[in-house]
Write a protein that binds this ligand. Structure first.
Ligand code: PRT
Ligand code: ZN
Length: 305
């Protein structure tokens, strides 16, 4: 045999990974969001990775605390995680890859708050000087305390923060709150919100090939579209020409409504608009008072900017 054997080149399709909480408060909504983006995958119990069946996007199921570092290290290109976890766990520093927020998603809403035992006086941040504060969020808390110019002792706990004052381990706590019922069950009172949190879409700095970068952008824009469409409504109505400006101003979050003539009716026009915010009954009543008629509000199925 003469000549050199040609090396075989196997074209590998680019695939990206998105990290999602495996089992917790964010799991169902995160997986539901990906499905609404058109991603089909099968998921068996205890599976850590789900292969995208119709898109080269795989879902890695992990603890939420690991999501920022998985992205910073380039293991995953995207992730869905609470802003509280992103700010607490993201890797910062010269030369290090970072996980950064590239979009907002409207679930997982909560706040990181200071709470004191009922009856303890709290008039403002200066009352915290020299106090012991129990929290699982030492970085966010210490940054906030520094901004306030207050020195306090941070007691870092990985869980059961709300019972720390009762156990004598701290004077007050800094923890996540949503309904407030955990605080009240433990005789605590929320006195200061230090962070408003919700789920954010995060991406990393790690260089990827052009094909993967395009996939990342595609998924970001689909997620963005799904999120924007949730609240969006398509509204159609008839309006007196004389009330056009007033009615346009009443349409929530609409940039440039389409105004069309009505056949045979000169003093009225039809207005069609996509409203980016929820349309409440109060808005419809306001439109009616301004002279609008034949008002129709329709859900928006898909939207791409
Ligand atoms: O196992 P893994 O590490 O993945 O999960 P986890 O136990 O760390 O997280 P999980 O599933 O409890 O929460 C995931 C994310 O949900 C958090 O990081 C927040 O971004 C968001 N989230 C929204 C909340 C809450 N609401 C919430 N209420 N996370 C925790 N809580 C807890 C809070 O710590 C407190 O114990 O719920 C209690 C307070 O709730 P209320 O309703 O009584 O005020
Ligand atoms: Zn966690």
């Amino acid at each position: 045999m003469t000549g050199e054997a040609k090396p075989m080149t196997v074209e590998r399709e680019a695939r990206i990974k998105i990290a999602v909480q495996k089992s917790g408060r964010l799991t169902d909504n995160s997986l539901g969001l990906l499905r609404r983006c058109g991603l089909n995958y099968s998921r068996a119990a205890d599976q850590l990775i789900c292969f995208g069946e119709n898109m080269p996007v795989d879902v890695l199921l992990v603890r939420d605390d690991d999501i920022p570092s998985l992205i910073a290290e380039g293991v995953c290109q995207l992730g869905l995680v609470g802003l509280n976890v992103l700010l607490e766990k993201s890797v910062e520093g010269a030369g290090l890859m970072t996980a950064r927020r590239v979009g907002d998603v409207e679930f997982g809403r909560c706040r990181l708050s200071l709470a004191v035992p009922r009856g303890m006086s709290y008039l403002g941040p200066t009352d915290l000087a020299g106090r012991r504060i129990a929290t699982s969020y030492p970085r966010i808390l210490s940054r906030w305390l520094a901004e306030q110019g207050i020195e306090a002792d941070i007691v870092t706990l990985s869980g059961a923060v709300e019972i720390a004052p009762k156990l004598g381990r701290a004077d007050l706590i800094c923890d996540l709150v949503s309904t407030g019922s955990t605080l009240s069950a433990n005789g605590l009172e929320e006195v200061e919100v230090i962070l408003e949190s919700h789920v954010v879409l995060v991406s990393g700095d790690t260089p990827v090939d052009a094909e993967s970068a395009e996939l990342v952008q595609r998924l970001i824009s689909r997620i963005d579209g799904v999120v924007r469409v949730q609240e969006a409504k398509y509204i159609m109505l008839h309006a007196p020409r004389s009330a056009l400006d007033e009615i346009k101003a009443l349409l929530p979050g609409s940039e440039a409504p389409t105004v069309m003539p009505l056949d045979g009716i000169d003093d009225k026009v039809a207005i069609h608009a996509v409203c980016q915010e929820n349309v409440f009954w109060e808005t419809l009543e306001g439109l009616k008072r301004a002279g609008a008629s034949s008002v129709l509000v329709l859900p928006v199925e898909k939207m791409l900017a």
